[in-house]
Design a protein around this ligand. Sequence first.
Ligand code: SAM
Length: 345
Amino acid sequence: MATSKLFGAAEESNSPSESPPPYRRFGATLYCGDFLQVSAEWPSPTVIIVDGPYGVGSFPGDPVSHEALAEWYRPHVARWAERSLPETTLWFWNTEIGWASVHPVLVEHGWEYRSCHIWDKGVGHIAGNSNSKTLRRFPVVTEVCAQYVRKVKVGTNGSAMSVKEWVRSEWERSGLPLYQANAACGVKNAATRKYLTKCHLWYFPPPEAFESLARYANEHGNSQGRPYYSLDGTRPATAQEWARMRAKFHCDVGITNVWREPAVRGEERIKDAHKSVHMNQKPLRLLEQVIVATTDPGDVVWEPFGGLCSVAIAAANRGRECHSAEILPEYFAAARDRLACHATP
Ligand SMILES: C[S@@+](CC[C@H](N)C(=O)[O-])C[C@H]1O[C@@H](n2cnc3c(N)ncnc32)[C@H](O)[C@@H]1O
């Protein structure tokens, strides 16, 4: 089984026999160990929230340069791809150069870029900490969080094609003229224009429209080619099955791709004798925002690199099931205590 490249103390202190057992509360399960080893039995995710190495040497195991990141992440990216569904969204947190370095590996494994979000921590993040006389660049107060979805391929008999190509190809296979898609959907001309076009103005047919196209093609199309619009080769797909062929996205009004939020402080910051336990703790507000945007209650969230398992807390607050891995026993213990003390969501 593949394992991550480990560095320093983590390698020695993390033999399976020493690992504490998984900890469960509020639908969240925390595992102590390498994500690649502990995730084999996790249910497939609706969303994966990745906040792993940044290539800045900020925790044991974080490479000291972004140049090492692409190869570090490769086995992880492959595993996320292998275990994901057509509806899975991936959020990838990093520095801008760290993300740029890993992007080609994500694309290679079928992750399709959707958008890049800037976490702006504000000038307060560097207040009193930067000497403009010696700096050779402007102080950095941002991280990025890039959104990816699956590049979905459909088709039986080994003829995998994009969803867009398949919707048109099934209609063509039925022998019906393109304009008849409008009658199928009960509209004047929108169905042919939106769902069967080859151009960039194509729309993913909403589940009801898909069901109408499928019903019409199967009732009126050439009887020899049936079933049309089938995902399993035996019957037309249902509206519900079709809805799961793309990533979920609930777009709240007023949210843009710039997220202004100070670094975690106050009550939310986990401390040990006044010292932050983990330098990379993410704000719950931002994590809840991405969870709510790309899942529904009850869906499965993955947190491959837990730290203090902020994603698990955010998922619990929003009624989602979460599976988190943290490789370092010290951080795992802190995350477990955090979840154990968390007030009922
Ligand atoms: C950037 S931090 C995550 C911080 C977290 N988002 C939070 O809010 O606390 C990344 C964490 O991933 C852990 N890690 C690194 N490699 C890992 C692996 N292969 N499996 C599981 N955890 C890993 C590190 O020990 C570190 O605590």
